[in-house]
Ligand binder design. Structure first.
Ligand SMILES: Cc1cc2nc3c(=O)[nH]c(=O)nc-3n(C[C@H](O)[C@H](O)[C@H](O)COP(=O)(O)O)c2cc1C
Length: 165
């Protein structure tokens, strides 16, 4: 999906319910989508002969689970989403990850190693003071409403050229 900013969204190649959901999501983040282009409506690999999707301008991984971040860092590519992420650093696509993990998971050595590995490959991981701060185990439900989506939007925006209006 590609989104640029202006006041009235134009869409191509879309399902109405997806567009409505994404417009609401971007409004929630404080951004205003002007043009939404869906490169691939299916969250799965294309069939042989189907056109290849254009490369993403940037990717946000949020909420990034313990499972996904560890698999991504360790080169596991057993879902469509992980397949896209597997190539992204090597293609120099800006990637921002905003985890959602509790402190028991965040303190595990494998997770710390994964975060360090991804950071060393140029992935921006929004974890730590002023970014995502892990919650106590069992309290994740209280953190959903203040999950800092806007930090991921701001971080990815910083890494992209200004959109054409
Ligand atoms: C109710 C519920 C809440 C969960 N919350 C989290 C969470 O906040 N963070 C996390 O890393 N895993 C959480 N998990 C565990 C993940 O769902 C599980 O690790 C799953 O394999 C993640 O797969 P994914 O990374 O493909 O989304 C939760 C599981 C359940 C059942």
């Amino acid at each position: 999906m590609q989104v640029t900013a202006s006041s009235s969204p134009r869409t191509q190649n879309h399902e109405p319910t997806q567009v409505e959901g994404h417009v609401l999501a971007f409004e929630y983040f404080g951004a205003v989508p002007g043009r939404i282009r869906y490169d691939n409506l299916k969250p799965e690999y294309r069939s042989p002969g189907e056109l290849k999707s254009p490369q993403a301008d940037a990717i946000i991984v949020a909420p990034g689970t313990f499972n996904t971040i560890n698999k991504w860092a360790n080169g596991i590519s057993d879902t469509y989403a992980l397949g896209i992420l597997a190539e992204a650093p090597g293609l120099n696509i800006p990637v921002v990850a905003l985890p959602f993990v509790n402190s028991a998971l965040a303190d595990r050595a494998p997770f710390k190693d994964s975060v360090n590995t991804l950071r060393s490959e140029g992935v921006r991981i929004l974890l730590g003071p002023g970014e995502f701060e892990p919650h106590l185990p069992g309290s994740g439900g209280d953190r959903i409403s203040d999950f800092p989506w806007q930090l991921a939007i701001a971080s990815v925006s910083d890494q992209l050229p200004a959109p054409e209006l």
